[in-house]
Design a protein around this ligand. Structure first.
Ligand SMILES: [Cu+2]
Length: 475
């Protein structure tokens, strides 16, 4: 099949491996092959060679599901199953997903396409697939119990509808949702416009990914599914920094990034060095007159935001969630703030009892990123990553937009670190330091505060040692 051959070619570019599931072709003669992905790398875009042409997306640390055309219908085969997802190099999680990975593969179609999706359930419990944001017949909406019987283990169901409007959508189970989404079952759906659309720009790079979150105890492999707020792994497409690939673009490329949120909290997604506009939501393209420029856009729960900008500033630009706890990995919780606390005597005493004892955080937490701290097997370091100038001290929802003058058109290879032009990097001042002069002004007294006696109050802010017991909000 041509689409498959093209797919293998595309996958080969990024060094991945795909395999058809080992089921008898005779037994499943009427089913499209269930293609499975073994790699967590970002796969090259799947250029369509059947059906109507479009400019394909690149799924960050993900891939697009090949299809077959049968009598004018685009047929896909999704397999819901347990998967092992490498969330960062050396850190694997036992999740549930589709076709070998979590998230599942991106589904790309064209506005007006007739689409048939076979869904096989290889989970130990029933499932269903909801096509978030689509216009479709009610009975194809995938809400188990409400619009269909659930798909029992071992069974295959068929969904069929027309992709009526262009946009960015998502898919996820609507059966035992709390468990199945906490375990990683989700994917993206892109419907490309069938003709030039006044509100949909042509772009040179089109990226997409989902925001997701897991609660996996350090040293273990399986997410805790009862967690509502206290997640310890904040991920993009089930990857955490430094496991998230860079977004590599050519200078002056017009870039689109589509971000969907299937976590249980909002994520202000922030890009350095460029302003962007939100050009679409899961409701469709935003009218140009209703757009404004931003450097951060909040993606609320169950929402998609599509941002666009011209990448005209060369460099390595941070791209991340602006909630600082979401750019950390596991172990970021239940640690008291110890900044300014002198441990010199204490550490010595304790180390007589516990030889490897180490005080965390007396100068801030940056030491955590640098020190080679023993952590349980199969745990992502809390903050890590080496840049050209030292530790990046990040985790979780963090990546880099790499803008290069000489990045070839349509090429997504990582160009390495940015070579800064001489004299364009912040540098150390080595001259004399003049004493800082202090303002003597008392300021204006809007509320008469100047007339109050100046009682000096100094507070020490310290996090309570544990907030597991409840009453703890989102952070
Ligand atoms: Cu976040």
């Amino acid at each position: 099949m041509n689409a498959r051959r093209e797919f293998f070619k595309a996958a080969g570019l990024a060094g991945g491996a795909v395999a058809a599931a080992a089921v008898s072709r005779v037994a499943l003669a009427a089913l499209p092959e269930a293609v499975s992905q073994s790699s967590a790398n970002t796969m090259a875009p799947l250029v369509p060679d059947t059906g109507r042409p479009y400019n394909p997306v690149v799924t960050l640390n993900g891939w697009t599901l090949p299809w077959r055309m049968r009598q004018g219908v685009k047929e896909f085969h999704l397999v819901a199953e347990p998967v092992v997802r490498e969330m960062a190099p050396g850190f694997k999680a036992h999740l549930w997903g589709y076709n070998g990975q979590s998230p599942g593969p991106t589904i790309e179609v064209v506005e007006g396409d007739r689409v048939r999706i076979f869904v096989t359930n290889r989970l130990p419990e029933h499932t269903s697939v909801h096509w978030h944001g689509q216009r479709l017949p009610n009975g194809m909406d995938g809400v188990s119990g409400l619009t269909q019987r659930s798909i029992q283990p071992g069974k295959t169901f068929v969904y069929e509808f027309e992709a009526r409007r262009p946009g960015t959508f998502m898919y996820h189970p609507h059966a035992d949702e709390m468990t199945q989404m906490a375990m990683g079952m989700m994917g993206m759906w892109i419907t490309h416009p069938k003709a030039p659309h006044p509100w949909i720009a042509e772009v040179q790079r089109d990226f997409c990914f989902l925001l997701n979150a897991y609660d996996i105890d350090p040293g273990s492999y399986t997410p805790k599914i009862m967690t509502m707020l206290d997640f310890n792994l904040w991920s993009w497409n089930s990857r955490v920094f430094p496991g998230i690939d860079a977004l590599n673009v050519r200078q002056h490329d017009k870039v689109r990034i589509r971000v969907g949120n299937l976590t249980m909290t909002n994520h202000p997604i922030h890009l350095h060095g460029h302003e962007f506009q939100v050009t679409g939501t899961d409701g469709g393209p935003t009218p140009p007159g209703a757009r404004w420029s931003e450097v951060t856009t909040d993606v609320a729960v169950g929402q998609m935001r599509q941002i666009e900008f011209v990448a005209d500033e060369p460099g390595d630009w941070a791209f991340h969630c602006h909630k600082s706890h979401h750019t950390m990995n596991a172990m970021g919780h239940n640690v008291p703030t110890l900044i300014g606390v002198d441990h010199s005597g204490l550490a010595k005493q304790i180390s007589q009892l516990i030889p490897d004892y180490m005080v965390m955080g007396e100068r801030g937490m940056a030491d955590m990123g640098e020190m080679e701290m023993p952590i349980p097997d199969n745990t992502a370091p809390m903050m890590t990553g080496q840049g050209p100038f030292g530790g990046v001290e990040m985790g979780g929802m963090f990546s880099v937009l790499k803008v290069r003058k000489d990045q070839p058109h349509g090429n997504y290879q990582d160009p390495g670190w940015y070579q800064h032009p001489p004299g364009s990097v912040a540098y150390e001042w080595t001259g004399a330091l003049a004493p800082a002069s202090r303002s003597q002004s008392g300021g204006t007294a809007a509320m008469g505060a100047n007339n109050m006696p100046a009682a000096e109050v100094e507070v020490q802010v310290r996090k309570p040692p544990s907030h597991k017991a409840g009453g703890h909000g989102e952070h």
